[in-house]
Write a protein that binds this ligand. Structure first.
Ligand SMILES: Cc1cc2nc3c(=O)[nH]c(=O)nc-3n(C[C@H](O)[C@H](O)[C@H](O)COP(=O)(O)OP(=O)(O)OC[C@H]3O[C@@H](n4cnc5c(N)ncnc54)[C@H](O)[C@@H]3O)c2cc1C
Length: 436
């Protein structure tokens, strides 16, 4: 920490008691510490701002890493309910047996050893924006100068589903992914799979369509005669329509039936039936992906002030909450409401903008007034071929929103095995950037 940074930090009152006792951080540059009065020696210790990150997924791991990478001004504590992270990205390939869950599991060891991040594992129960205290379910209370919340998503309750695991969403990778893979493996030849798509906004806009393509390709090879019905709550394919519609009507035409405007209203696991706004259907395997909202901690804190109370409104320059009184609490990743897609690549980008803004604010600077982010997305159209979609986003000062840069928007015309290889490279780089 350089002297200027130290003094600025001291000026913010970080580490309060120590600095107050010392009369506020004198300029000690060049002095021999052993000859200084004790109070002055204490004042010369580097005092770091404390940032607590709640949620160690794509957004949380990245913001923790980059806060430490971009200077030594902060100490970072990363909290997650689990000591390992299961990547959602690529998890549909577990359903076809092309990936294992262990190949998608990431630990926090490198974040600890290489960047000096402290990790704490357990559930965060509450956050007080006045005292800046984070309370864990275990009763442990941690103090911070800034708090970043990156809890991902939770699901709406589906009437009739209860706690049944007969219709897994597999939209948070882990046990449900393995379960759905087992259910698909047990599907009788000629059986019927239902895959439901929730209303937008949901996590990973192309994700359900790419999963449908992947399952259809796998069914053709492994379950002759089986059918896949895609029940979409939306009026049409919400993204990359040309590629998905061509695939649904072309290469997967004998397997997939696509039904728009089919929003799930009820589920009955006993009869393996879902009722939708387009009628009731029975399936042998049902991948029911419910409507989504920010991770529960967001509504518990009353930060769900956007998207009809589903997600958290944020200042797009800093990702600080727009709820009065929560200006030192930042929300990134799928839980935040911006015009950017809810995607891992964007979560990584938002994390960097947020880390940069916090680093600047803590050193007395204004946040970058013109942040830019980008999103790249590959979609598996078959078990060996993929398409791609990419977009850049730029801060628009008039609307104070992140808006897509039209010239940056692009999608592949069709799909290829080369894209599939590129997808694997992209995934490896993204995960290294977030977790290593
Ligand atoms: C099948 C599928 C495929 C996808 N494919 C792609 C893709 O190709 N490209 C892409 O960019 N994106 C993709 N995504 C989307 C991507 O996975 C998400 O957008 C991304 O994970 C969001 O990151 P996040 O940090 O907001 O949430 P997460 O990664 O879900 O992390 C949230 C973390 O917060 C923790 N947490 C939550 N609440 C608490 C609490 N109270 N206390 C402690 N810890 C807590 C959770 O344990 C979790 O580890 C895909 C998603 C799915 C489901």
């Amino acid at each position: 920490m350089d002297r200027r940074l130290f003094l600025t930090t001291a000026g913010l009152g970080l580490g309060g008691g120590l600095l107050t006792a010392c009369g506020g951080g004198a300029d000690l540059a060049g002095a021999d510490p052993s000859q200084m009065p004790v109070a002055s020696q204490l004042a010369s210790l580097p005092v770091k701002a404390r940032v607590i990150v709640v949620g160690g997924g794509m957004a949380g791991a990245t913001v923790a890493k980059y806060l430490r990478l971009w200077g030594d001004a902060v100490s970072v504590t990363l909290i997650d309910r689990s000591s390992s992270y299961a990547s959602n990205i690529m998890s549909s390939l577990v359903l076809t047996g092309q990936r294992s869950m262990s190949s998608l599991t990431y630990k926090y060891d490198t974040l600890r050893s290489k960047y000096g991040i402290t990790t704490v594992f357990g559930e965060v129960k509450s956050i007080d924006p006045i005292t800046m205290k984070v309370t864990m379910a275990s009763g442990v209370v941690l103090s911070a100068d800034r708090i970043v919340i990156a809890p991902g998503i939770d699901f709406d309750t589906v009437a009739g589903l209860g706690a049944s695991d007969l219709m897994p969403h597999a939209w948070k990778a882990g046990a449900q992914t393995t379960l759905l893979a087992k259910q698909l493996a047990a599907l009788p030849s000629g059986g019927r799979v239902l895959l439901t798509i929730p209303k937008t906004p949901y996590r990973c806009p192309p994700g359900p369509y790419e999963r449908a393509c992947l399952i259809a390709d796998w069914l053709r090879v492994n379950k002759p005669g089986a059918k896949l019905m895609v029940l979409d709550a939306n009026a049409d394919i919400v993204v990359e329509k040309d590629n998905f519609m061509n695939a649904f009507l072309g290469v997967h035409g004998n397997v997939i039936e696509y039904v728009p405007n089919a929003e799930v209203t009820q589920a009955d696991p006993a009869t393996m039936t879902v009722t939708t706004t387009a009628g009731s259907l029975r399936g042998d395997v049902i991948n029911l992906i419910p409507r989504q909202k920010a991770g529960a901690i967001i509504s518990m804190l009353g930060l769900n002030n956007a998207t009809e109370g589903r997600f958290a409104g944020v200042n797009n320059l800093t990702y600080a909450s727009t709820v009065p009184g929560f200006d030192k609490v930042h929300i990134i990743g799928d839980a935040s409401a911006t015009l950017q897609p809810k995607a891992g690549h964007i979560a990584n980008q938002e994390a960097k903008v947020c880390a940069d803004a916090i680093s600047r604010i803590l050193t007395g600077q204004a946040p970058d007034p013109a942040p830019v982010t980008n999103s790249a997305c590959f979609s598996t159209i078959t078990m060996t071929q993929a398409s791609w979609l990419s977009a850049g986003y730029q801060y628009d000062p008039t609307s104070a929103a992140m808006k897509v840069v039209p010239a940056s928007f692009g999608a592949s015309a069709g799909w290829s095995s080369n894209n599939f290889d590129q997808m694997n490279n992209w995934f490896k780089s993204l995960m290294l950037d977030s977790f290593a």
